[in-house]
Design a protein around this ligand. Structure first.
Ligand code: PLP
Length: 394
């Protein structure tokens, strides 16, 4: 009998992917499914980026690239960090990877020893928990609530720290809650970390540009945090380039070098054509992608207005990304069409099967009271989806 490793046997199957599979199966049966479960923009990659990729093919960019990325791309990333985040990095601190997901996996594998604790404010992005587990770390969940805009307070951080704490991982703007930490809020967390100089922070800023409230703030902008913060970013979300698979980090040199060593044994450098295209993407002014951000902002208002009319959905106002994360615990214990809803997973399944609307249970993100709905969908789809949800829950 084939025996797989404990590592894979102990890994959860991604709930977002499970939902996508179920939605696909229903679609194949001919059901008209509206998907609000996806974490990707519904726009095409802008033409000026596509043109750069076509040019790269014609210019015969087809060989292995340096493991940590083309120097021209790393230079463009350095410029971007300076321009958008006022962060100063040199070439030895930048590593380009196959999506921010690989950036995160590299960082976990080079920083975490078995048994090290990693603090994850909940809700967190679905893969953090399992990437930490692959590295044999111990995820330590810190529950936040809608009343506090799903943000971890300094007191909560302090209470979660133990002698075994190695890292803190968070995204801002956050997937799934959309919450964005202000400079002041980050400073308050940094003040707690001052007393714990060995804790390394992963600041996942992949939704940086999809921010509807003021200026994006980075943890590494604080002098006392710079030497122990890994800033993770990528082009998937703001540039509508999910399938191109380019992510990157700005990090202390020792971590960056270690990530290059790790990646050199696992995948080598990221795709050459995508890297060339991303040089063009990152050099462009943010105004070139502003139309997508403006659309997301309009849709946020639309979906919030509509959901606020559905009794039982309690929403806050997400400050960024393209998700709403309503608390739906008012439905727990109730029965609809003969089906008892005990938790967010039941509700998500019920909405898929009854309303033909795909959402993701908050359980996947470490919060059992909420549902994640993506508004990276057309206005028509958003309107129809919420109408169906409302009907199914009457
Ligand atoms: N970080 C967060 C918070 C995300 O939501 C995602 C994608 O869903 C990623 C990282 C991974 O992005 P990439 O497509 O660059 O691997």
């Amino acid at each position: 009998q084939l025996q797989l490793s404990d590592r894979i046997n102990n890994l959860e199957t991604s709930a977002t992917l499970a939902m996508a599979a179920k939605a696909r199966a229903l679609k194949a049966e001919g059901k008209d499914i509206i998907s609000l479960s996806l974490g990707e923009p519904d726009f095409n990659t802008p033409d000026f980026i596509k043109d750069a990729a076509i040019q790269a093919i014609n210019d015969n960019y087809n060989s292995y690239t340096p493991v940590d990325g083309y120097v021209e791309l790393k230079e463009a990333i350095i410029e971007k960090f300076k321009r958008d985040n006022n962060l100063t990095y040199d070439l030895s601190q930048i590593v380009v990877s196959t999506g921010a997901k690989q950036s995160l996996a590299n960082v976990a594998l080079v920083c975490i020893n078995p048994g090290d604790e990693v603090i994850l404010p909940c809700p967190y992005w679905v893969s953090y928990r399992d990437i930490v587990k692959i590295a044999e770390g111990v995820p330590v969940e810190v529950k936040t609530s809608i009343e506090n805009d799903f943000k971890m307070t300094p007191e909560q951080l302090e209470n979660a720290i133990t002698p075994k704490t190695k890292m803190l991982w968070f995204s801002s703007p956050c997937n799934p809650s959309g919450s964005s930490y202000s400079e002041k809020e980050l400073r308050a967390l940094a003040d707690v970390l001052k007393k714990h100089p060995n804790i390394v922070v992963v600041s996942d800023e992949i939704y940086e540009h999809i921010n509807f409230v003021g200026k994006h703030a980075s943890m590494a902008q604080f002098e006392d945090m710079y030497d122990r913060t890994v800033t993770v970013n990528g082009v998937s979300k703001a540039f509508a380039m999910t399938g191109w698979r380019i992510g990157y980090i700005g990090a202390p040199t020792a971590i960056a070098r270690a990530c290059t060593k790790m990646q050199g044994q696992i995948t080598s450098g990221a795709n050459c054509i995508a890297q060339r295209a991303v040089i063009t993407a990152l050099k462009a002014p943010v105004s070139k992608i502003q139309f997508m951000i403006d659309k997301f902002k309009e849709r946020r208002s639309l979906i919030l207005d509509l959901l606020n009319e559905v009794e039982g959905f309690k929403c806050n106002r997400p400050e960024g990304a393209f998700y709403v994360f309503p608390n739906v615990s008012a439905f727990f214990g109730k029965t609809f069409k003969g089906r008892k809803i005990e938790n967010a997973t039941d509700l998500s399944m019920y909405l898929l099967e009854e309303a033909h609307v795909a959402t993701v249970t908050g359980e996947a993100f470490g919060n059992e009271d909420c549902l994640r709905l993506s508004y990276a969908a057309s206005e028509t789809e958003i309107k129809e989806a919420v109408k169906r949800i409302k009907e199914a829950l009457q």
